[in-house]
Design a protein around this ligand. Structure first.
Ligand code: C2E
Ligand code: CA
Ligand code: CA
Ligand code: CA
Length: 278
């Protein structure tokens, strides 16, 4: 086995090098994409669980590359997150999402929220809070219309520094959502102390909800817990009618998923607001 290890090393080395070069090329491509305006946002609607009211949208980044076509964020965000480039992309997303929010407000839909995903490297920056404030001010958007999505693991990385940052944004009037809830090392001890308005239950919990009673009980318990802590609950990735029925029975507040709508272009999102405006 020891000798095999030696040959494995020789075997894997060139591959590792190749991977690094490939990544470097891609990171350069992403820099160029930012300069050449190849990124755009789509907006996925979030409804009250009964589907009667449009509550907001989650902004989701897309890359329309000249070279590669449409690339999903699952492919390029993790790569961008390895360099400082993610801060630039993150600022762009925030500015663009705020511009959209401001547009909605101008059209009389100021109650419709826009949720923006934040990367770990962004929150780490010393000027994170000032940055967010500046971008929001520059866009002339009212803080309560903006929701900031962070993950638990990201906050946990440096609780002492991150909690005050998030609290400041919350005091400004912004909403905070805990994304992908249940996928990390959920620590109930900390959940109580986190400045969070919305808990987003990860899709992996929703997937089996229509076929497993145990899963229903688990989700119902998460919802109860969130409510006990004063949070509103969003179920993510609800695709089927049967899942929707279960999630409604569990007392979930909001639903985001294909059952109600896929991510939309800005024009389609505006049209949806008009359709749901009383
Ligand atoms: P996420 O923040 O958990 O976003 C939800 C993802 O689930 C989105 O994929 C959305 O299209 C997808 N989704 C929503 N409902 C359903 C459903 O019913 N069924 C299925 N199968 N999928 C559903 P998307 O847009 O490909 O984004 C993937 C991930 O990329 C996001 O996960 C987020 O981690 C990251 N991402 C996307 N946009 C941004 C961004 O602007 N900034 C940062 N930092 N990350 C982003
Ligand atoms: Ca209105
Ligand atoms: Ca998200
Ligand atoms: Ca999520």
């Amino acid at each position: 086995a020891k000798t095999a290890g030696g040959s494995c090393w020789r075997f894997f080395m060139p591959e590792l090098l190749e991977k690094t070069t490939e990544d470097t090329i891609m990171i350069n491509n992403l820099h160029r994409a930012l300069e050449e305006n190849e990124f755009f946002l789509q907006y996925q609607p979030q409804f009250t669980a009964d589907g009667s009211k449009l509550a907001g949208f989650e902004a989701l980044i897309r890359w329309k590359s000249q070279k590669y076509g449409l690339v999903s964020p699952g492919k390029f965000i993790p790569l961008a997150e390895r360099s400082w480039l993610i801060n630039k992309i993150g600022e762009w997303v925030l500015a663009e999402g705020c511009r959209f929010a401001q547009k909605l407000a101008q059209l009389g839909h100021e109650e419709i929220k826009v949720a923006i995903n934040i990367s770990p490297r962004q929150i780490k920056m010393n000027n994170f809070v000032d940055n967010v404030r500046q971008i929001i001010d520059a866009a002339h958007v009212f803080a309560p219309q903006i929701e900031i999505e962070v993950t638990e693991s990201m906050i946990m990385e440096n609780l002492d520094a991150n909690i005050p940052k998030l609290e400041t944004l919350q005091k400004d009037g912004m909403n905070l959502a805990l994304d992908d809830f249940g996928t990390g090392f959920s620590s109930l001890t900390y959940l109580r102390t986190l400045p969070v308005n919305y808990l987003k239950i990860d899709k992996s919990f929703i997937d089996k909800i229509a076929i497993s009673e145990t899963q229903v009980k688990l989700v119902a318990t998460i919802i109860e817990l969130g409510h006990a802590l004063g949070m509103k609950i969003v179920a993510e990735g609800v695709e089927a009618e049967e899942q929707l029925v279960k999630i409604q029975e569990c007392g979930c507040d909001y639903v985001q998923g294909y059952v109600f709508g896929k991510p939309l272009s800005e024009e389609a999102a505006v049209a949806l607001c008009k359709q749901y405006d009383k």
